[in-house]
Design a protein around this ligand. Structure first.
Ligand code: 3NM
Length: 214
C-alpha cells in the first residue's frame, strides 16, 4: 500500500532555504548531493527569507540541480510555487491545508508529506492521504523557533508499536552522531537542516550522516 520508492528516498532528506546557509545555496546543495542525500526540500522561511521572483529563481536553480542528480525536489508549504515549477511534491505542517486538499490541487503522482507531533496527527495525516510523515522534534533544534517540545524517539516507537507502516522521517537536531537511534526507533530516514547546511564541510557531513543511516 505504501509507496516504497518514497520510503527509500527518505533515507537522508536534506532541507534548506537561503536563510539556513552562509555559503551559496546552490554550492551547498551540490556538495550535499555529492555526499549522498536522497531527497531535498526547499524551505524558504524566516525573517530574511526570499519572496516573489527571488524565491522562485532560487527554487528553480535548486530544482535543476536535483533533476540533474535524480533527487526528488519537494517544496515546503507553497502549493502555488510547486505547481508553477512542477515540483515532485509538497510538505505541509499542521496549520496548512490537509494532505487530501493538497493532493487534489497538485494532481496524482506527486509526493505529499505532513509534519506530525502526536499519534493522533499521524493517524489524521494517513486518513487524509499523506505519503510520508515528518515526526519531530526528535532532539533540540534552534532552526524552528516555534518547534513543539522535544519528543526523543518516543513518537516513532509509539507509531510503529501501533503497527502503522507509513514511511516516516525523523526531524529536529539530527546529526551523524544521533541519527542511527532515529532509524533504530522505526524511522525510514532522517531529515536534516543545520548539520548539513551549516557544516564546515558539507560533503563530509552529508557522507557521515549517510553512513550512520545506511
Ligand atoms: N520541523 P535542524 S523541527 C523544520 O518538529 C523542522 O516538525 C520540525 O532543523 C518539527 O535539522 C525542524 O537544523 C527543524 O534541527 C529541523
Amino acid at each position: 500500500m505504501w509507496n516504497e520508492e518514497v520510503r527509500a528516498k527518505l533515507q537522508l532528506y536534506f532541507i534548506m532555504g537561503s536563510t539556513n546557509c552562509t555559503e551559496d545555496p546552490e554550492k551547498v546543495l551540490f556538495q550535499a548531493i555529492s555526499g549522498g542525500i536522497s531527497m531535498f526540500q526547499f524551505r524558504e522561511k524566516g525573517t530574511d527569507a526570499l519572496t516573489g521572483s527571488e524565491k522562485k529563481n532560487l527554487a528553480r536553480k535548486l530544482q535543476q540541480l536535483c533533476k540533474d542528480h535524480g533527487i526528488p525536489f519537494i517544496i515546503n508549504d507553497d502549493i502555488e510555487l510547486a505547481l508553477a515549477l512542477n515540483a515532485d511534491g509538497v510538505h505541509i505542517g499542521q496549520d496548512d491545508e490537509d494532505a487530501g486538499a493538497v493532493r487534489k490541487i497538485l494532481g496524482e503522482g506527486k509526493i505529499v508529506g505532513v509534519s506530525a507531533h502526536t499519534l493522533a496527527e499521524v493517524e489524521k495525516a494517513i486518513e487524509d492521504g499523506a505519503d510520508y510523515i515528518g515526526a519531530g522534534p526528535i532532539y533540540p533544534t534552534r532552526t524552528k523557533t516555534d518547534a513543539k517540545p522535544v519528543k526523543g524517539t518516543s513518537l516513532l516507537e509509539e507509531v510503529r508499536n501501533c503497527g502503522i507502516l507509513i514511511p516516516i522521517v525523523g526531524i529536529g537536531g539530527i546529526t551523524a552522531e544521533n541519527a542511527r537511534a532515529v532509524i533504530e526507533a522505526g524511522a525510514d530516514g532522517v531529515s536534516v537542516i543545520t548539520s548539513i547546511s551549516l557544516a564546515e564541510d558539507v560533503y563530509k557531513s552529508a557522507a557521515a550522516l549517510k553512513k550512520s543511516v545506511s
